[in-house]
Design a protein. Structure first.
Length: 454
Protein backbone atom coordinates (compact mmCIF):
# COMPACT_ATOMS: atom_id res chain seq x y z
CA UNK A 1 0.00 0.00 0.00
CA UNK A 2 1.39 3.38 -0.95
CA UNK A 3 1.27 6.06 1.78
CA UNK A 4 -1.67 8.46 1.49
CA UNK A 5 -1.56 12.17 2.20
CA UNK A 6 -5.11 11.97 3.56
CA UNK A 7 -8.17 9.74 3.32
CA UNK A 8 -9.42 11.51 0.15
CA UNK A 9 -6.38 10.51 -1.86
CA UNK A 10 -6.40 7.14 -3.59
CA UNK A 11 -4.10 4.22 -2.97
CA UNK A 12 -2.90 2.19 -5.94
CA UNK A 13 -5.27 -0.55 -4.78
CA UNK A 14 -8.22 1.89 -4.74
CA UNK A 15 -7.28 3.23 -8.16
CA UNK A 16 -7.04 -0.26 -9.66
CA UNK A 17 -10.39 -1.21 -8.10
CA UNK A 18 -12.19 1.89 -9.37
CA UNK A 19 -10.77 1.34 -12.84
CA UNK A 20 -11.80 -2.34 -12.88
CA UNK A 21 -15.31 -1.40 -11.73
CA UNK A 22 -15.61 1.26 -14.44
CA UNK A 23 -15.75 4.25 -12.08
CA UNK A 24 -12.53 5.69 -13.53
CA UNK A 25 -11.83 5.58 -17.26
CA UNK A 26 -9.26 8.38 -17.57
CA UNK A 27 -6.01 8.99 -15.69
CA UNK A 28 -4.26 12.33 -16.09
CA UNK A 29 -0.48 12.00 -15.73
CA UNK A 30 1.10 15.44 -15.28
CA UNK A 31 4.19 17.31 -14.12
CA UNK A 32 4.67 21.02 -13.40
CA UNK A 33 6.53 23.08 -15.99
CA UNK A 34 8.67 26.20 -15.57
CA UNK A 35 5.61 28.45 -15.70
CA UNK A 36 3.90 26.51 -12.90
CA UNK A 37 1.42 24.76 -15.19
CA UNK A 38 0.34 21.13 -15.21
CA UNK A 39 1.48 19.47 -18.44
CA UNK A 40 1.07 15.85 -19.44
CA UNK A 41 -1.34 13.33 -20.94
CA UNK A 42 -4.81 11.90 -20.50
CA UNK A 43 -4.51 8.11 -20.58
CA UNK A 44 -7.19 5.51 -21.00
CA UNK A 45 -7.43 3.86 -17.59
CA UNK A 46 -6.88 0.30 -18.84
CA UNK A 47 -3.74 1.35 -20.71
CA UNK A 48 -2.55 3.22 -17.61
CA UNK A 49 -2.84 0.11 -15.44
CA UNK A 50 -1.24 -2.22 -17.97
CA UNK A 51 1.61 -0.03 -19.22
CA UNK A 52 2.16 3.15 -17.21
CA UNK A 53 1.49 2.42 -13.54
CA UNK A 54 4.71 0.44 -13.16
CA UNK A 55 6.81 1.99 -15.92
CA UNK A 56 5.81 5.66 -16.20
CA UNK A 57 5.51 7.42 -19.54
CA UNK A 58 7.45 9.90 -21.67
CA UNK A 59 7.23 13.39 -23.07
CA UNK A 60 9.41 15.65 -25.22
CA UNK A 61 12.20 17.41 -23.35
CA UNK A 62 11.12 20.74 -24.86
CA UNK A 63 8.40 20.82 -22.19
CA UNK A 64 10.98 22.45 -19.91
CA UNK A 65 12.36 24.67 -22.67
CA UNK A 66 9.47 26.61 -24.19
CA UNK A 67 7.92 30.00 -23.58
CA UNK A 68 4.44 30.67 -22.23
CA UNK A 69 2.92 30.10 -25.67
CA UNK A 70 4.72 26.74 -26.08
CA UNK A 71 7.12 28.07 -28.71
CA UNK A 72 10.48 26.31 -28.88
CA UNK A 73 13.18 28.86 -28.10
CA UNK A 74 16.96 28.98 -28.07
CA UNK A 75 19.30 29.03 -25.10
CA UNK A 76 18.41 25.81 -23.27
CA UNK A 77 21.26 23.26 -23.43
CA UNK A 78 18.94 20.48 -22.26
CA UNK A 79 16.69 20.78 -25.32
CA UNK A 80 17.40 22.01 -28.85
CA UNK A 81 17.19 21.25 -32.55
CA UNK A 82 20.84 20.21 -32.39
CA UNK A 83 20.15 17.59 -29.71
CA UNK A 84 17.09 16.33 -31.55
CA UNK A 85 14.44 17.15 -28.95
CA UNK A 86 14.49 13.78 -27.21
CA UNK A 87 12.35 12.46 -24.38
CA UNK A 88 12.04 12.92 -20.67
CA UNK A 89 10.50 10.20 -18.52
CA UNK A 90 7.59 10.88 -16.18
CA UNK A 91 7.96 8.97 -12.91
CA UNK A 92 4.72 8.70 -10.97
CA UNK A 93 4.54 9.94 -7.38
CA UNK A 94 1.98 7.48 -6.04
CA UNK A 95 1.33 9.66 -2.99
CA UNK A 96 -0.38 12.19 -5.29
CA UNK A 97 -3.16 10.01 -6.75
CA UNK A 98 -6.43 11.92 -6.47
CA UNK A 99 -9.87 12.06 -7.99
CA UNK A 100 -10.83 14.98 -10.24
CA UNK A 101 -14.48 15.26 -9.14
CA UNK A 102 -15.35 17.96 -11.69
CA UNK A 103 -14.35 15.67 -14.59
CA UNK A 104 -16.36 12.45 -15.00
CA UNK A 105 -14.40 9.24 -14.43
CA UNK A 106 -11.07 11.01 -14.00
CA UNK A 107 -8.09 10.74 -11.64
CA UNK A 108 -4.76 12.57 -11.54
CA UNK A 109 -1.21 11.46 -10.73
CA UNK A 110 1.59 14.02 -10.45
CA UNK A 111 5.09 13.18 -11.62
CA UNK A 112 8.77 13.90 -11.33
CA UNK A 113 10.96 14.11 -14.43
CA UNK A 114 14.04 11.99 -15.09
CA UNK A 115 16.30 11.46 -18.06
CA UNK A 116 16.20 8.14 -19.94
CA UNK A 117 19.16 6.97 -17.82
CA UNK A 118 17.03 7.79 -14.73
CA UNK A 119 19.04 10.81 -13.59
CA UNK A 120 16.77 13.50 -12.11
CA UNK A 121 16.10 16.49 -14.36
CA UNK A 122 17.59 19.12 -12.09
CA UNK A 123 15.82 22.00 -13.87
CA UNK A 124 12.37 20.55 -13.12
CA UNK A 125 10.63 22.79 -10.53
CA UNK A 126 9.61 19.84 -8.37
CA UNK A 127 13.20 18.59 -8.34
CA UNK A 128 14.50 22.06 -7.44
CA UNK A 129 12.26 22.09 -4.36
CA UNK A 130 13.09 18.47 -3.47
CA UNK A 131 16.79 19.34 -3.35
CA UNK A 132 16.20 22.12 -0.81
CA UNK A 133 13.93 19.89 1.26
CA UNK A 134 16.73 17.31 1.33
CA UNK A 135 19.09 19.97 2.69
CA UNK A 136 16.58 20.48 5.50
CA UNK A 137 16.19 16.75 6.08
CA UNK A 138 19.96 16.38 6.42
CA UNK A 139 19.67 18.70 9.43
CA UNK A 140 16.65 16.96 10.89
CA UNK A 141 14.11 19.57 9.79
CA UNK A 142 10.97 19.69 7.66
CA UNK A 143 9.26 22.69 6.11
CA UNK A 144 5.57 23.49 6.56
CA UNK A 145 4.01 25.93 4.13
CA UNK A 146 0.79 27.48 2.95
CA UNK A 147 0.11 29.54 -0.19
CA UNK A 148 -2.65 32.14 -0.43
CA UNK A 149 -3.71 32.59 -4.05
CA UNK A 150 -5.95 35.43 -5.20
CA UNK A 151 -7.80 35.49 -8.50
CA UNK A 152 -10.14 37.80 -10.40
CA UNK A 153 -13.29 36.17 -11.82
CA UNK A 154 -15.33 37.39 -14.78
CA UNK A 155 -18.76 36.58 -16.17
CA UNK A 156 -17.18 36.23 -19.63
CA UNK A 157 -16.17 32.81 -20.93
CA UNK A 158 -12.52 32.18 -21.74
CA UNK A 159 -13.42 32.10 -25.44
CA UNK A 160 -15.21 35.45 -25.41
CA UNK A 161 -12.42 36.95 -23.28
CA UNK A 162 -9.90 35.83 -25.91
CA UNK A 163 -12.00 37.30 -28.71
CA UNK A 164 -12.19 40.60 -26.79
CA UNK A 165 -8.43 40.71 -26.35
CA UNK A 166 -9.07 40.40 -22.59
CA UNK A 167 -10.34 44.00 -22.56
CA UNK A 168 -13.73 45.24 -21.40
CA UNK A 169 -14.48 42.09 -19.42
CA UNK A 170 -17.21 42.11 -16.76
CA UNK A 171 -15.93 41.16 -13.29
CA UNK A 172 -18.25 39.12 -11.10
CA UNK A 173 -18.36 42.02 -8.61
CA UNK A 174 -18.49 45.68 -9.53
CA UNK A 175 -16.91 47.06 -6.34
CA UNK A 176 -14.50 46.18 -3.52
CA UNK A 177 -15.90 43.12 -1.69
CA UNK A 178 -13.02 42.56 0.75
CA UNK A 179 -14.47 40.39 3.54
CA UNK A 180 -17.99 41.18 2.29
CA UNK A 181 -20.51 38.39 2.87
CA UNK A 182 -22.92 39.99 0.41
CA UNK A 183 -20.18 40.29 -2.19
CA UNK A 184 -19.17 36.65 -1.89
CA UNK A 185 -22.83 35.53 -1.88
CA UNK A 186 -23.14 36.98 -5.37
CA UNK A 187 -20.40 34.60 -6.50
CA UNK A 188 -21.24 31.69 -4.21
CA UNK A 189 -22.25 29.22 -6.96
CA UNK A 190 -18.68 29.36 -8.30
CA UNK A 191 -16.95 29.64 -4.92
CA UNK A 192 -18.96 26.79 -3.39
CA UNK A 193 -18.23 24.54 -6.35
CA UNK A 194 -14.52 25.34 -6.07
CA UNK A 195 -14.40 24.68 -2.32
CA UNK A 196 -16.24 21.36 -2.55
CA UNK A 197 -14.39 20.21 -5.66
CA UNK A 198 -11.00 20.89 -4.11
CA UNK A 199 -11.96 19.18 -0.84
CA UNK A 200 -13.11 16.08 -2.73
CA UNK A 201 -9.83 16.20 -4.67
CA UNK A 202 -7.87 15.79 -1.44
CA UNK A 203 -7.23 19.35 -0.31
CA UNK A 204 -8.06 20.79 3.10
CA UNK A 205 -10.13 23.86 2.31
CA UNK A 206 -10.35 26.60 4.93
CA UNK A 207 -12.49 29.41 3.52
CA UNK A 208 -13.36 31.79 0.72
CA UNK A 209 -13.30 35.57 1.05
CA UNK A 210 -13.63 38.61 -1.13
CA UNK A 211 -10.65 40.81 -1.94
CA UNK A 212 -10.10 44.42 -2.98
CA UNK A 213 -10.15 44.46 -6.77
CA UNK A 214 -13.43 44.15 -8.63
CA UNK A 215 -14.30 40.45 -8.86
CA UNK A 216 -11.28 39.44 -6.79
CA UNK A 217 -11.49 36.49 -4.38
CA UNK A 218 -9.31 34.09 -2.44
CA UNK A 219 -9.87 30.49 -1.39
CA UNK A 220 -7.62 29.46 1.48
CA UNK A 221 -6.20 26.02 2.21
CA UNK A 222 -4.70 24.53 5.36
CA UNK A 223 -0.91 24.45 5.51
CA UNK A 224 0.94 21.21 4.88
CA UNK A 225 4.45 19.99 4.24
CA UNK A 226 6.04 22.14 1.55
CA UNK A 227 5.94 19.59 -1.28
CA UNK A 228 2.28 18.74 -0.66
CA UNK A 229 1.43 22.44 -0.57
CA UNK A 230 3.17 23.05 -3.90
CA UNK A 231 1.50 20.01 -5.48
CA UNK A 232 -1.92 21.17 -4.27
CA UNK A 233 -1.25 24.72 -5.44
CA UNK A 234 -0.70 23.77 -9.08
CA UNK A 235 -3.65 21.37 -9.11
CA UNK A 236 -5.88 24.07 -7.65
CA UNK A 237 -4.88 26.64 -10.28
CA UNK A 238 -5.74 24.24 -13.10
CA UNK A 239 -8.97 22.98 -11.55
CA UNK A 240 -10.15 26.50 -10.67
CA UNK A 241 -9.92 27.52 -14.34
CA UNK A 242 -11.67 24.34 -15.44
CA UNK A 243 -14.52 24.79 -12.94
CA UNK A 244 -14.91 28.46 -13.89
CA UNK A 245 -15.20 27.40 -17.53
CA UNK A 246 -17.89 24.90 -16.59
CA UNK A 247 -19.84 27.82 -15.08
CA UNK A 248 -19.50 29.80 -18.32
CA UNK A 249 -17.09 32.15 -16.55
CA UNK A 250 -13.34 32.79 -16.45
CA UNK A 251 -10.78 33.76 -13.88
CA UNK A 252 -7.16 34.89 -13.88
CA UNK A 253 -4.28 34.48 -11.45
CA UNK A 254 -2.04 36.90 -13.38
CA UNK A 255 -0.10 39.16 -11.05
CA UNK A 256 -1.52 42.47 -12.33
CA UNK A 257 -4.65 42.42 -14.48
CA UNK A 258 -5.43 46.14 -14.35
CA UNK A 259 -4.46 49.34 -12.58
CA UNK A 260 -6.12 48.30 -9.33
CA UNK A 261 -4.85 45.75 -6.80
CA UNK A 262 -2.95 42.79 -8.22
CA UNK A 263 -3.30 39.09 -7.42
CA UNK A 264 -0.95 38.08 -4.63
CA UNK A 265 0.29 34.71 -3.47
CA UNK A 266 1.51 35.22 0.08
CA UNK A 267 3.57 32.22 1.19
CA UNK A 268 3.64 31.19 4.86
CA UNK A 269 6.58 29.06 5.99
CA UNK A 270 7.92 27.52 9.17
CA UNK A 271 10.38 24.80 10.10
CA UNK A 272 9.78 21.87 12.42
CA UNK A 273 11.96 19.08 13.69
CA UNK A 274 11.46 15.71 12.02
CA UNK A 275 9.70 14.68 15.25
CA UNK A 276 7.29 17.64 15.01
CA UNK A 277 9.12 19.81 17.54
CA UNK A 278 9.09 23.57 17.09
CA UNK A 279 12.21 25.15 15.63
CA UNK A 280 11.19 28.79 15.36
CA UNK A 281 9.88 29.27 18.92
CA UNK A 282 11.16 28.46 22.40
CA UNK A 283 10.57 29.79 25.91
CA UNK A 284 7.94 32.25 24.73
CA UNK A 285 10.04 33.93 22.05
CA UNK A 286 11.60 33.58 18.61
CA UNK A 287 14.66 31.36 18.48
CA UNK A 288 18.01 32.63 17.17
CA UNK A 289 17.64 30.11 14.35
CA UNK A 290 14.33 31.71 13.33
CA UNK A 291 15.95 35.14 13.31
CA UNK A 292 18.86 33.93 11.19
CA UNK A 293 16.45 32.26 8.77
CA UNK A 294 14.50 35.51 8.32
CA UNK A 295 17.76 37.47 8.02
CA UNK A 296 18.87 35.14 5.23
CA UNK A 297 15.52 35.49 3.46
CA UNK A 298 15.88 39.26 3.52
CA UNK A 299 19.57 39.23 2.57
CA UNK A 300 18.83 37.17 -0.54
CA UNK A 301 15.51 38.80 -1.44
CA UNK A 302 16.84 40.85 -4.35
CA UNK A 303 18.92 38.08 -5.90
CA UNK A 304 16.12 35.50 -5.62
CA UNK A 305 13.20 37.75 -6.60
CA UNK A 306 13.20 36.16 -10.07
CA UNK A 307 11.82 32.99 -8.45
CA UNK A 308 9.13 35.00 -6.63
CA UNK A 309 8.22 37.25 -9.58
CA UNK A 310 9.01 35.37 -12.82
CA UNK A 311 7.24 37.45 -15.47
CA UNK A 312 7.31 40.97 -16.89
CA UNK A 313 3.80 41.51 -15.52
CA UNK A 314 4.86 40.44 -12.01
CA UNK A 315 6.63 43.74 -11.42
CA UNK A 316 3.57 45.88 -12.20
CA UNK A 317 2.15 44.62 -8.90
CA UNK A 318 4.87 46.24 -6.77
CA UNK A 319 3.12 49.55 -6.14
CA UNK A 320 3.27 51.68 -3.01
CA UNK A 321 0.13 51.61 -0.90
CA UNK A 322 -1.27 48.58 -2.73
CA UNK A 323 -0.62 45.90 -0.06
CA UNK A 324 1.99 44.48 -2.45
CA UNK A 325 5.41 45.01 -0.88
CA UNK A 326 8.15 47.20 -2.26
CA UNK A 327 10.47 47.36 0.76
CA UNK A 328 12.90 44.62 1.82
CA UNK A 329 12.15 44.66 5.51
CA UNK A 330 10.47 42.61 8.18
CA UNK A 331 7.77 43.55 10.63
CA UNK A 332 5.65 41.88 13.27
CA UNK A 333 2.18 41.60 11.73
CA UNK A 334 3.03 44.49 9.39
CA UNK A 335 1.49 44.07 5.95
CA UNK A 336 3.57 46.86 4.42
CA UNK A 337 6.79 44.80 4.67
CA UNK A 338 8.11 42.15 2.31
CA UNK A 339 8.31 39.70 5.22
CA UNK A 340 5.64 39.65 7.92
CA UNK A 341 6.13 37.59 11.09
CA UNK A 342 2.95 36.19 12.60
CA UNK A 343 1.89 33.65 15.20
CA UNK A 344 3.36 32.32 18.40
CA UNK A 345 4.48 28.91 19.62
CA UNK A 346 3.79 26.17 17.08
CA UNK A 347 1.99 28.77 14.94
CA UNK A 348 5.05 31.01 14.59
CA UNK A 349 5.77 31.51 10.92
CA UNK A 350 6.96 34.03 8.37
CA UNK A 351 4.88 35.32 5.49
CA UNK A 352 6.66 36.23 2.26
CA UNK A 353 4.43 38.84 0.63
CA UNK A 354 6.52 39.31 -2.52
CA UNK A 355 5.11 36.52 -4.76
CA UNK A 356 2.11 37.16 -6.99
CA UNK A 357 -0.54 34.82 -8.35
CA UNK A 358 1.70 33.91 -11.30
CA UNK A 359 4.39 32.36 -9.09
CA UNK A 360 5.69 28.83 -9.52
CA UNK A 361 5.26 27.52 -5.95
CA UNK A 362 8.05 24.95 -6.14
CA UNK A 363 10.60 27.56 -7.18
CA UNK A 364 9.39 30.16 -4.68
CA UNK A 365 9.50 27.72 -1.77
CA UNK A 366 12.92 26.50 -2.88
CA UNK A 367 14.15 30.11 -2.96
CA UNK A 368 12.80 30.81 0.52
CA UNK A 369 14.51 27.71 1.91
CA UNK A 370 17.78 28.50 0.15
CA UNK A 371 17.72 32.04 1.49
CA UNK A 372 16.83 30.95 5.00
CA UNK A 373 19.51 28.26 5.08
CA UNK A 374 22.03 30.83 3.87
CA UNK A 375 21.12 32.97 6.86
CA UNK A 376 21.51 30.04 9.24
CA UNK A 377 24.80 28.85 7.75
CA UNK A 378 26.27 32.35 7.82
CA UNK A 379 24.91 33.11 11.28
CA UNK A 380 23.26 36.29 10.01
CA UNK A 381 21.75 38.62 12.58
CA UNK A 382 18.25 39.92 12.07
CA UNK A 383 18.12 43.69 11.87
CA UNK A 384 15.61 45.81 13.75
CA UNK A 385 11.92 45.41 13.09
CA UNK A 386 10.33 47.99 10.85
CA UNK A 387 7.40 49.64 12.53
CA UNK A 388 5.04 51.94 10.68
CA UNK A 389 4.78 52.36 6.92
CA UNK A 390 7.46 50.44 5.00
CA UNK A 391 6.52 52.20 1.76
CA UNK A 392 7.89 55.49 3.10
CA UNK A 393 10.83 54.05 5.06
CA UNK A 394 13.53 54.75 2.48
CA UNK A 395 14.91 51.21 2.85
CA UNK A 396 16.09 49.13 -0.14
CA UNK A 397 13.36 47.81 -2.39
CA UNK A 398 12.74 44.65 -4.35
CA UNK A 399 13.81 44.77 -8.01
CA UNK A 400 11.34 46.85 -9.98
CA UNK A 401 11.74 45.11 -13.34
CA UNK A 402 12.29 41.59 -14.63
CA UNK A 403 15.64 42.68 -16.07
CA UNK A 404 16.88 43.84 -12.66
CA UNK A 405 15.76 40.59 -11.07
CA UNK A 406 17.32 38.54 -13.87
CA UNK A 407 20.71 40.23 -13.47
CA UNK A 408 20.67 39.81 -9.69
CA UNK A 409 19.73 36.13 -9.99
CA UNK A 410 22.29 35.12 -12.58
CA UNK A 411 25.07 36.82 -10.61
CA UNK A 412 24.03 35.36 -7.26
CA UNK A 413 26.64 33.20 -5.56
CA UNK A 414 23.96 32.05 -3.12
CA UNK A 415 21.70 30.86 -5.93
CA UNK A 416 24.50 29.03 -7.71
CA UNK A 417 25.63 27.34 -4.49
CA UNK A 418 22.10 26.30 -3.55
CA UNK A 419 20.67 25.29 -6.94
CA UNK A 420 23.69 24.68 -9.16
CA UNK A 421 24.76 26.38 -12.38
CA UNK A 422 22.44 24.26 -14.54
CA UNK A 423 19.37 25.52 -12.73
CA UNK A 424 20.46 29.15 -12.48
CA UNK A 425 21.41 29.33 -16.14
CA UNK A 426 18.15 27.61 -17.14
CA UNK A 427 15.93 30.12 -15.36
CA UNK A 428 18.11 33.03 -16.43
CA UNK A 429 17.37 31.98 -20.00
CA UNK A 430 13.67 31.80 -19.17
CA UNK A 431 13.86 35.47 -18.11
CA UNK A 432 15.80 36.35 -21.27
CA UNK A 433 13.13 34.72 -23.43
CA UNK A 434 10.35 36.68 -21.71
CA UNK A 435 12.26 39.95 -21.92
CA UNK A 436 12.92 39.49 -25.62
CA UNK A 437 9.24 38.69 -26.26
CA UNK A 438 8.09 41.75 -24.36
CA UNK A 439 10.64 44.04 -26.02
CA UNK A 440 9.32 42.90 -29.41
CA UNK A 441 5.68 43.55 -28.54
CA UNK A 442 3.74 46.72 -29.32
CA UNK A 443 1.39 47.34 -26.40
CA UNK A 444 -2.07 48.89 -26.21
CA UNK A 445 -0.50 51.73 -24.21
CA UNK A 446 1.88 52.57 -27.06
CA UNK A 447 -0.90 52.46 -29.64
CA UNK A 448 -3.17 54.75 -27.61
CA UNK A 449 -0.45 57.32 -27.01
CA UNK A 450 1.30 57.19 -30.35
CA UNK A 451 -1.06 56.23 -33.18
CA UNK A 452 -2.43 59.74 -33.74
CA UNK A 453 -0.67 62.07 -31.34
CA UNK A 454 2.96 61.35 -32.15
Amino acid sequence: MNPLRNDRHLSVHDLRRRISEGDIDTVVVAFTDMQGRLQGKRLHAAYFVQHVLEQGTEGCNYLLAVDVEMNTVDGYPMSSWESGYGDLEFTLDLATIRLLPHLPGSALVQCDLVWPDHRPVRQSPRTVLAAQLQRLADRGWVALAGTELEFIAFTDTYESAWDAGYRGLRPVNQYNVDYSILGTSRVEPLLRDLRNTMYAAGMDVESAKGECNRGQHEIGFLYNDAMTTADNHVVYKTVAKEVAAQHGQSLTFMSKYDEREGNSCHIHLSLRGADGSTVFWEDGRRTPLYDSFVAGLLATMSELTLLYAPNVNSYKRFAAGSFAPTTIAWGADNRTCAVRLVGRGPGARLENRVPGGDVNPYLALAAMLAGGLHGIDQGLSLGPELTGNAYTSGLPTVPRTLLQARDAFTGSAVARAAFGDEVVDHYTNMADVELAAFDAAVTDWELRRGFERM
